[in-house]
Write a protein that binds this ligand. Structure first.
Ligand code: PMV
Length: 324
C-alpha cells in the first residue's frame, strides 16, 4: 500500500457575489495559481502529527481518540476536524503525519484553510484506496468548514476542488464551471487580515436592523452576477468590469469596504481598469481589478502608489491535484 502522497489545491478570489452568497444567492469565483501543498504519510501510531509552519504549527501531535477536543491552535483546526470527519466515515488503522506548505500567505484571504482541508481529505482518502467523487470530497470538506468556522458559503471549498472559474450557489447546490480564458486580474493586498466570520456577522446584524436595505443590495448583486456570467462567457470585459463596479457600490452600502480598499479601487479604475472591487469579506484582504494586457502594468503601478501590495496571480487554474 502507498504510504505517502502529496496533493495540491489552488487558492481563490471571489469575482462577484460575496456576502449575498452566504444567503443562497449566486456568486462567481476563480481559482488562482498560488497553491497549497499537503503531504500525508501513514504512520503506525493512532495519532495526528502536523507540521504547518506557514500557520505557525510545528511539532503538533494529537491522539486519534482526542481529535476535535481540547484547546486546538488556530492553524491546526481545519486539519484536525477534517481528519475527525473523515475517520467517522472511513475509519482506518494507524495514524497520519501531515505537512503543509503554501505558495501564498494565509493573510491574503486566498482560502488557505479551505485548500488545506480539501487537500487533507483528498490525500488520506487516496492513501486508503478510496477514490472520492468531487461531490463527496466537497461534502466532507464543507462539513469541516462549518465545524470550525460555524458559517460560510463553501465557495472556497468548491474552487479548491473544481478549479477553473465557477458559478456557485451555496451549499454546493450549483457548482457550474464557466468556460473562460484571458481573465486578467490585478490583485492589490491591503496589508490587513480580516476575520471573515466577524464581517459576515456584522452583515447579519445589519440585515436584522435594516432588512430592506440589505435585501435590495442582495437583489442588485444577484441580477448583476447573472448578467456578468453571460458577459464572462462572451469575454465582454468592459461589461464585466462595469458589473464589478456596481457590485463594489452595493458592498459599500453594506458597509464592508474600507478607505484602503476604496483608494485602490479608485486608483485602478483611474489607470484604465475595466472595473475594480473588493474581493472576499471586505474591510481588508484584497482588491481585484479587471485589466487588458496593455493596461496591466500601469494599473499595478497605480495600486502600488496608494499603498497596495500587488500580488501577481493567474486565474482559472486546475483544482485539487495529486502531485506525487
Ligand atoms: O474572506 P473570504 O475571501 O474567504 O470570502 C468571504 C466571502 C463571504 O461571502 C463574505 C463569506 C462566504 O463564506 O461566502
Amino acid at each position: 500500500m502507498q504510504k505517502t502522497i502529496t496533493v495540491s489545491a489552488p487558492g481563490k478570489l471571489l469575482l462577484l457575489g460575496e456576502h449575498s452568497v452566504v444567503y443562497g444567492y449566486p456568486c462567481l469565483v476563480t481559482s488562482v495559481n498560488q497553491r497549497l501543498y499537503l503531504t500525508a504519510t501513514l504512520i503506525p501510531d493512532d495519532e495526528l502529527q502536523l507540521e504547518a509552519p506557514d500557520v505557525k504549527i510545528n511539532g503538533y501531535k494529537k491522539l486519534y481518540k482526542d481529535l476535535g477536543t481540547g484547546e486546538i491552535p488556530k492553524g491546526a483546526r481545519f486539519i484536525e476536524h477534517g481528519l475527525a470527519n473523515f475517520l467517522r466515515k472511513y475509519p482506518f488503522q494507524g495514524g497520519v503525519r501531515i505537512e503543509t506548505k503554501s505558495d501564498f500567505s494565509s493573510q491574503y484571504g486566498f482560502g488557505s484553510s479551505s485548500a488545506s482541508t480539501v487537500c487533507l481529505i483528498k490525500a488520506i482518502s487516496e492513501l486508503n484506496g478510496i477514490h472520492l467523487s468531487k461531490s463527496e470530497l466537497f461534502e466532507i470538506s464543507y462539513h469541516t468548514l462549518l465545524d470550525v468556522a460555524g458559517k460560510g458559503s463553501g465557495f472556497d471549498i468548491a474552487a479548491a476542488i473544481y478549479g477553473g472559474v465557477l458559478y456557485y450557489v451555496t451549499p454546493g447546490k450549483v457548482i457550474e464551471p464557466i468556460e473562460v480564458t484571458d481573465l486578467s486580474l490585478v490583485v492589490g493586498y491591503t496589508g490587513i487580515k480580516v476575520d471573515t466570520v466577524q464581517v459576515v456577522n456584522e452583515v447579519a446584524q445589519l440585515k436584522t436592523e435594516k432588512p430592506e436595505l440589505v435585501h435590495s443590495q442582495f437583489e442588485t448583486i444577484t441580477t448583476l452576477v447573472e448578467k456578468a456570467k453571460i458577459a464572462l462567457i462572451q469575454k465582454n470585459w468592459s461589461e464585466f468590469g462595469r458589473f464589478m463596479n456596481v457590485n463594489q457600490e452595493a458592498l459599500d452600502r453594506l458597509g464592508v469596504s474600507s478607505a484602503k480598499l476604496d483608494a485602490m479601487v479608485t486608483a485602478a479604475r483611474g489607470a484604465g481598469a475595466f472595473g475594480a472591487k473588493l474581493s472576499g469579506a471586505g474591510r481588508g484582504d484584497c482588491m481585484i481589478a479587471l485589466v487588458s494586457s496593455e493596461k496591466k502594468n500601469v494599473v499595478c503601478e497605480a495600486v502600488n502608489a496608494v499603498g497596495g501590495q500587488v500580488i501577481p496571480i493567474q486565474t482559472n487554474v486546475a483544482g485539487v491535484n495529486i502531485e506525487i
